[in-house]
Design a protein around this ligand. Structure first.
Ligand code: ARG
Length: 598
């Protein structure tokens, strides 16, 4: 916010120094701690020291103070500056609060939805998220992944990076084949209706199959033989898929589409628009080529047919301690593994999409997996492996217990979302009976999903979290609805005012709440950069809460429509409009909608 004012001052000082024959040393500026007024500070020790070096007889601290006083006496009547002090070689500039408020509010309203957007940067970044396995279902962990990835993508793009959003559903692997196997065995021809029902049904099949295939402590020899026979059937089916058997491929395509339809429906709900869709199946063949190359170059060891193809990463790096361990990159039967496909995918991203950086939003249990994959790529000589970054996030559970698909206690996103939306709808009927059904429905979705997104994004992504619905839906505390409500309040003041004055001066003594609110608005562009550079949507989530708090405090303390003075009313209306704009921009970056009513 101080950039323009600072540039003005620097120009002024340069001018003065030239006239006085004082050497020009770049000045370092720091904001003065905000205490109801804004200010900047700099010092002239470097300047005085430069004079000393050039042979003038000066005592540095004393000379620094002299220069500071000289500058002070010269800057006196620059617009926007209320007070200048020269103390012990430092120059402290206190700005005129009303002038700063006007500049901030004008800038926000002028730039609108682009307020806070960073200058275009050279780098192209790919963010990969939304990668559930097909033949499974979209659970609450996938949801955390998706909002985290979407928020990061929005932040990167808004900060000025060219950003590509990529999905990567795991549409092939032993898990997928497991579902095909049981479907073919017992459920052939069945198909539930409804996009979500169909997608979720596949998860039931998976759970049932895993019960059949998982060894039990008390199993009899017959049971064991049965289980092994089933497992052999399943693996044979994988080999048939691998060989391109039309029957297995048809079965696969049909059921795969059920899952992908459900995934697309959910991404629509979440306002996520992917630029690129990668699939594991698409990198299966290229992955095998990489394995051949790794063998030829002596990086991988081929133990087939007795054993798999492996890469002894620690040994190749000459590490004594276990770090990356040994990775299996091809099964003895020639089928690829999850890691094999990641080798090919990484290359595809850089070579076909010309990205400079590649971010993978994937849960933190896969940290070793990515360390191994990126290391193997590096050993292979793929330089860009260093530009791959795993953004890890923790596990999500609900208060009554953890979820695990193997145990069949998966918490489905859709079920949680439906419940959150239903609760908001019910509360709205009680509190706001006059609302039209259409407006109520829209608000229920916006607030229900907003509450969920904020709960996910407001905690450190690396931490495991417990999703507590009542807390997330509350209008008090660090929640989505609390922030959305600030936006609604601001909108309703503006609607009642019936129009926004085209300009206003803040030529009155601003209250503390107004000063704090203006300060929050001014900080937004820096917060965008920080959140993007650190890959931390949480930084934006925390900011949005602080901004909403500042707005609510202002709302309670400073009358807008009731104030007598028309010039104060105009200024406050513009401040409300600017706050509403920045709240909307911040919510957008969190993949949360900014409602009109709630
Ligand atoms: N489909 C995987 C899973 O559900 C996540 C994929 C992550 N991305 C990747 N490039 N490996 O665990």
């Amino acid at each position: 916010m101080f950039k323009t004012i600072r540039a003005q001052i620097e120009e002024h000082i340069q001018h003065l120094f030239q006239e006085e024959g004082i050497p020009l040393v770049p000045l370092k500026w720091a904001p003065l701690p905000f205490e109801g007024v804004w200010g900047l500070s700099t010092s002239f020790f470097q300047t005085a020291a430069a004079e000393a070096r050039s042979g003038q007889k000066v005592i540095v601290p004393q000379r620094a103070q002299e220069i500071a006083e000289l500058v002070r006496d010269n800057l006196g009547n620059l617009p926007g500056i209320a007070r200048v002090e020269a103390v012990r070689g430092y120059l402290n500039l206190h700005f005129n609060a009303g002038e700063i408020a006007r500049r901030v509010v004008d800038t926000v309203l002028h730039q609108g939805e682009n307020y806070g957007r960073g200058a275009q940067k050279e780098e192209r970044v790919m963010v990969e998220y939304a990668q559930p396995n097909t033949h499974h279902s979209f659970h609450i962990g996938h949801y955390r992944n998706t909002v985290l990835g979407e928020s990061l993508a929005r932040l990167m793009s808004f900060a000025g990076f060219e950003t590509i959003r990529a999905a990567y559903p795991g549409d092939i692997g032993l898990g997928v084949i497991t579902v095909l196997w049981i479907y073919d065995k017992y459920y052939k021809g069945q198909e539930p209706s409804g996009v979500h029902e169909r997608g979720q049904w596949l998860l039931n099949l998976y759970v049932e199959a895993m019960q059949m295939l998982t060894p039990r402590d008390d199993e009899t020899p017959e049971e064991r033989a049965q289980r092994e026979a089933w497992d052999a059937e399943r693996r044979a089916m994988y080999r048939r898929w691998d060989a391109g058997d039309p029957y297995v491929r048809d079965l696969w395509e049909k059921t795969r589409a059920w899952s992908l339809d459900e995934l697309r429906a959910i991404l629509d709900m979440l306002d996520v628009k992917m630029d690129v869709w990668f699939y594991e199946s698409q990198v299966d063949e290229p992955a095998k080529e990489i394995v051949d190359e790794l063998i030829a170059r002596g990086i991988a060891i081929d133990e087939r047919p007795q054993g798999p193809v492996i890469v002894k990463i620690d040994e190749l790096l000459g590490l004594d301690k276990e770090k990356y361990r040994t990775a299996v990159i091809l099964r003895s039967d020639g089928t690829t593994l999850y890691i094999t496909k990641d080798l090919a995918l990484a290359r595809l991203k850089f070579e076909e999409y010309g990205v400079d950086r590649s971010i993978y939003v994937v849960d933190n249990r896969q940290s070793l997996h990515f360390q191994q994959a990126f290391k193997i790529l590096e050993l292979w000589g793929f330089e860009q492996a260093k530009k791959c970054y795993h953004l890890a996030y923790g596990f999500v559970s609900l208060p009554d217990g953890a979820m695990s698909s193997r145990r069949g206690r998966v918490v489905l996103f859709k079920e949680v979302a439906d419940e959150a939306i239903a609760r908001v709808r019910a509360a709205s009927k009680r509190k706001n009976p006059g609302l039209s059904e259409e407006a109520r429905e829209r608000a229920a979705v916006e607030v229900g999903l907003g509450a969920m997104a904020y709960a996910m994004l407001s905690v450190d992504n690396n931490r495991d979290m417990v999703f507590e619905m009542d807390r997330a839906l509350s209008f008090e505390g660090r929640t989505g609805p609390y922030i959305q409500n600030a936006h609604v309040r601001a909108g309703s003041i503006l609607r009642k005012a019936g129009g926004l004055p085209a300009q206003a001066d803040f030529a009155y003594t601003l209250s503390e709440q107004e000063l704090v609110l203006v300060d929050m608005l001014a900080r937004f562009p820096d917060v965008v950069q920080q959140a993007a550079e650190e890959y931390r949507p949480m930084v934006m989530a925390a900011y949005a809460y602080d901004l909403a708090t500042a707005f609510h405090a202002f709302y309670h303390a400073a009358p807008v429509l009731q104030i007598e003075s028309p010039s104060v009313r105009d200024a406050r209306l513009r401040l409300v409009a600017a706050a509403r704009r920045v709240l909307a921009n911040a919510l957008y970056l969190l993949d949360i909608r900014a409602p009109e009513v709630m």
